[in-house]
Design a protein around this ligand. Sequence first.
Ligand code: NAI
Length: 506
Amino acid sequence: MQALVTDTPIAVIGAGAMGSGIAQVAAQSGHRVYLLDQRTGAAEAGRQNVAKQLQRRVDKGKLKQSSLDSLLERIIPISDFDELASAGLVIEAIIEDIEAKQKLFAELEAICTKQAILATNTSSLSVTALGASMEHPERLVGMHFFNPAPLMALVEVVKGLATSEDVAQCVYATAIQWGKKPVIATSTPGFIVNRVARPFYAESLRLLYEQATDSATLDALIREAGGFRMGPFELTDLIGHDVNYAVTTSVFNAYYQDTRFLPSLVQKDLVDAGRLGRKSGQGFYHYTEDAQKPQLATAETAHTEEDTLIVEGSAGPLAPLVARLRNHGCEVVERDGPGRLLFGAAVLALTDGRMATERAAEDACNNLILLDLAFDYTQANRLAITAAEQASPRAINDACALLQKADIAVSHIADRPGVVIMRTVAMLANEAADAYLHGVASLDDIDLAMKAGLNYPEGPLRWSDNLGFSLVHTVLTNMQQSYGEDRYRPSLLLRKNRFAEKGFYS
Ligand code: NAI
């Protein structure tokens, strides 16, 4: 199905943060855009907002003044519904309220031509439910932009039960024409991104709840070892805890209280206290001018005479770390064994989802130190470790000394299952696998959504494949056992991959 031609007028209803951004995107692609808001002056203010944003680009020499002027001429604030009759696509970005949106679509059906596509920018309402009160629900589709719409590449094109394939394909092609990266999703709670991203916040909140370490250290690990652009606490401080907590709660309830999505009491406390993040001056962090930078839990420089690293068996995902240590002067000796690293008194292994204490007892290896996953061990400049209760201070010292040889800052956190990055990635992959299992979207679209919508360094399914066909399943199975909670149950597809000895893409 073809994209809408640029001669097609577009209408945007609701000229707030999202509506004005969407109007900018459409106008940038050459469309005439009618902008309507129920609040007097809001449509004009939305247009002014676009002018203000783009003036900065003109001042920096990135956009010609004449281009800005003609773009602004194409955004036409209106107050009369009748002027919407010529629009080929109407995108609503009004208040997130099902009755208000249903009323609006009824009005639009009465005014717009039969061919006009009606789209909703809702992030949490069912497109199927919105369509249920329409005369022609086949022409309703979700067009879910991300904030700020002109900058964020992702658009989730959401199909309700009645949405026609042609309508979805036309909106998909139009989004590409507008310079976006669209994905197709079925109308299920949270669509792709707001569902699959829940563990990104939830696992760190859980670790904080269990006092594994402090928020600043978890944020630093997520960035410096995980390769994510922001840590979950600085990000939720930015989003606002009221907003983030509401999304989590709505997804949790929409999935009939599946504990996978259980909201966190830590975040609820912040909301109850009015510590909503940046906008209220305090969330996990303080935002006053004299606020101190939080201290990170970083191990002090450890000393050792040792410089031989023994690699027993396959290093698996730790192979790039071994190569990095070799480049930093470690003598590496390889021999047969169960897949672990020996350095001085320390026995090091990649976390498999068991607590170090548990694994040390099961494997009869007291001095066990578990290493967290890194997105790229050749680049990570911080890594979390956990030590078995039975481990000697010497073993912990030697593990720190080894990583410090490669200039890696060590955060020794309390012994909890799956350390930090591994459990986050495993749960992201788990949710992504179930979203695929439930027919929400294709493998490629799920991975693309997480990268284009949230700047993840890798799509969760591809990331899981990169770790091998069984590691994520093992981690989750062990975490489920350690916690005794359904929350960590592995997706059927991860289990299937394990027995088929293949990944999602292989
Ligand atoms: P906003 O509060 O900034 O803007 C909403 C605008 O709609 C206001 O100007 C309001 O006067 C107007 N409005 C309300 N009811 C109306 C009606 N019946 N007819 C015409 N205009 C009406 O809200 P925002 O953040 O722009 O969100 C709008 C929609 O986009 C919501 O459905 C929201 O869930 C969705 N969304 C929001 C995102 C965000 O990060 N803010 C991201 C993606 C989607």
